[in-house]
Design a protein around this ligand. Structure first.
Ligand code: AMP
Ligand code: ZN
Length: 116
């Protein structure tokens, strides 16, 4: 389940420190180390799954929960007042750099569209 060499597994198992905003038995939300907006959080399942397309049928609940928790955190931080963006990079061309699936929650500035 946990991968020794995975940075996010290390954070989730507390072998590596991070600023955790929310945590439950299924996932954690922590602040991105290199923020691209005033608020930049990562919603990360505790189960190691490399990428979005690797979610299996039995992960339906987890996939849904990623979004649900992102919305809950966004509301708690009042990000819904001005808006926020959820981003999930898949594969090299998207810019995915950490191969442990995660949802980005970006807010706090006017975000460009289309993304670069
Ligand atoms: P992606 O490029 O979609 O794979 O996103 C990976 C994100 O993880 C980037 O925004 C990085 O800044 C972030 N990141 C990498 N290492 C850490 C870390 N130790 N703690 C928090 N965020 C990290
Ligand atoms: Zn991992």
């Amino acid at each position: 389940m946990e991968r020794e060499d995975c940075v996010f597994c290390q954070i989730l198992s507390k072998r590596k420190t991070s600023k955790i905003e929310y945590e439950d038995e299924d996932l954690a939300v922590f602040w991105d180390i290199n923020p691209q907006a005033p608020t930049h959080l990562l919603i990360v399942p505790k189960k190691h799954i490399d990428k979005l397309s690797d979610f299996s049928k039995s992960d339906d609940y987890l996939m849904c929960k990623l979004f649900k928790v992102a919305i809950d955190v966004a509301k708690r931080l009042k990000l819904d007042e001005k808006g926020f963006r959820l981003v999930l990079n898949e594969g090299r061309d998207s810019g995915q750099s950490i191969f442990h699936v995660h949802l980005h929650l970006l807010s706090g500035r006017r975000l460009m569209w289309p993304p670069g």
